[in-house]
Structures are given as C-alpha cells and as structure tokens.
Design a binder for this molecule. Structure first.
Ligand code: R5P
Length: 298
C-alpha cells in the first residue's frame, strides 16, 4: 500500500483526482456535513503516514476552518506529514495594515494554518511585499509554484508569432516573462495605479509597438476584472489588432465576462485552481512536477 494518500474536499475534487492520478496515488474524500445551525462536521477515513490535503482556498473564509478540522482529524487518524495543496491560496494580498486598524490577514493565515499542517503548496499566491511563501508559514516548508508553464502550454496553439505578452503591472513581470519565453514572444508590463477595489488606471510603455499586433494579457488572478479591462483598453488605444486574456486563477463574477467581450476581448482562459466558466486548462502537471522535484509526492 502506498504510504501517501491524497485527501480532497468535494469543491477541489476535479483537480485533486487529476493530481492523484498523475502522481499514481490513491485519493479519498474529506466528508463534510452541515449541522442545522451551519457548523461543519468534518470526517476522514484512516490516514496513511503522508497525506496530501487538497483544497483550493477561493471564497476562503469558511473553507479555511474546515481545512483545519480536516488536518486535525487526519493527524488524529495517523498522518505523520500533512501537505496542504491550496492551488489558489486566499488571504495573501493583505500583507500589512494599509490603513489604521486593519488586520494583516496573511500573517494570521501563516500562524493558523502553520499550526495544523507541515507544508503548504500554492500556485501563484498573491504575494507582493513578502516574496517567499516560507516567510508566511514560518517554520514550515512552503512552495509557491509559477503558473506560467501551464498558461504558456494552454495558449501556445492560439497565438501567432507576433503576439506581445502584456502584464498589467510591474508585479506581473515574472509571469509575463515566463509565459513569453517558451513561446518566443516579446513581452512588456504596464504601470498600474489602484484607486479602489474596482478602479484602476493603467498605462503601457511608450517604446512598445502594438500597432497591428495581437496581444495576450496575463495576470495571476482576475478578481473584479478592472485591471484586465484597463489593460485591454490601453492595448486597443495603441492599435493592438486582437486582445486575448489568460490568468492562473479566475475569481471574477460571471457578469464581468460580458464586460470583457463588450470591450472586444476575444478569449479568456484560466486554470482550474478556482473552477470558473473561463477555466480551460489544468494546473495538475505544473503542481505534480514541482512537488515531485521536492520529493513531496512519494
Ligand atoms: C494585482 O496585484 C494582481 O496581480 C491582479 O492584477 C489584481 O488582483 C486583479 O484584480 P482586479 O481584477 O480586481 O483588478
């Protein structure tokens, strides 16, 4: 019997099954039942020595507590090592108090989750001032995986050789560069100023020629969608012939897709870390490759 088992919540089952199959591991469900008052009863079957616990933490607030309950139950039932794979890892963006009195959610996530699991794996976690996921989960091993190989593989057949890859802001430069490199495409990033949750302004560098060229806008996440809309409009204003969009995690409301299409965006592709109408590719191989390299899937 393998001494590693993948456990998954129902809302992450698709990706977890693909991961387990790809890694040659068995998988088991984490059962969750709601009491009439809304509390969750979490139940697991007997654990192996090593457990890979998969739950993507989009819409994370309630999910996080269930993950802690599952990790606790797995430990009580034999797990010696628990690796949490949260393809989308929420609550990372608030890495400091931007205004008086605000909670630093990233620090709380690190403290709480780090008490229950031994390792954390995420794809394109929303890190800005903290560059290293191990700094979030102090004393635990952590792995932040780039979503770029999955984005590049998904988009390769759709892009012509003159496509320019655009990241909306300086922080998206590593993603834009690593998507563009294997496809032999040029890339650039914009300058974004956020004025509110749903308001940004964005400019593209003057020295980049987009006239008559298709562009691919890439980002780690799409949340409200305003960053993508501003980037698409900026590219169109510079004469781009076609705008496609790809992101690692699509978190936006369905209505935003209509805004994208009205703006002239011809396609939006996203990974399966947060299942969405835009999901068109899986992060499974990227996660398997990165975890295998660390020896965390045996
Ligand atoms: C910014 O830091 C991120 O990389 C995304 O650009 C941003 O979170 C997208 O948010 P929205 O869709 O709300 O503009």
């Amino acid at each position: 019997m393998a001494d590693t088992t993948v456990f998954t919540f129902a809302d992450s089952q698709g990706l977890a099954e693909r991961l387990a199959r790809g890694a040659g591991l068995p998988w088991r469900p984490v059962d969750v039942r709601q009491f009439p008052d809304g509390e969750s009863l979490v139940r697991v079957s007997a654990a192996t020595d090593h457990v890979v616990l998969v739950r993507s933490l989009y819409h994370p607030t309630a999910k996080i507590f269930e993950v802690l309950l599952a990790a606790s139950a797995l430990r009580d039932n034999g797990a010696k090592t628990i690796t949490l794979v949260a393809p989308y890892l929420g609550y990372m963006r608030q890495d400091k108090a931007f205004h008086d009195g605000e909670a630093v959610s990233q620090r709380v996530m690190g403290d709480v989750i780090g008490r229950y699991v031994d390792r954390v794996v995420a794809v394109e976690p929303h890190l800005h001032r903290t560059h290293d996921l191990t700094a979030v989960f102090k004393g635990r091993e952590a792995l932040a995986i780039s979503g770029a190989p999955a984005v590049a593989a998904a988009m390769a057949a759709k892009l012509s050789h003159d496509t320019v890859v655009i990241g909306p802001d300086e922080e998206s430069a590593p993603l834009a560069k690593t998507v563009a490199a294997p496809l032999n495409l040029s890339w650039t990033v914009g300058t974004k100023v956020r004025h509110g949750d749903r308001k940004v302004s964005l400019t593209l560098p003057d020295n980049v020629t987009l006239l008559g060229k298709p562009v691919l806008i890439v980002d780690d996440i799409i949340s409200s969608g305003v960053t993508i809309l501003a980037a698409a409009q900026a590219a169109q204003a510079r004469g781009a012939s076609q705008v496609r969009v790809a992101c690692v995690h699509a978190l936006f409301d369905n209505g935003v897709m209509a805004d994208f299409h009205q703006t002239g965006i011809v396609s939006v592709d996203a990974g399966d870390g947060a299942p969405h109408a835009a999901t068109s590719f899986s992060l499974d191989q990227t996660i398997i490759a990165a975890m295998t390299a660390k020896g965390w899937l045996t």
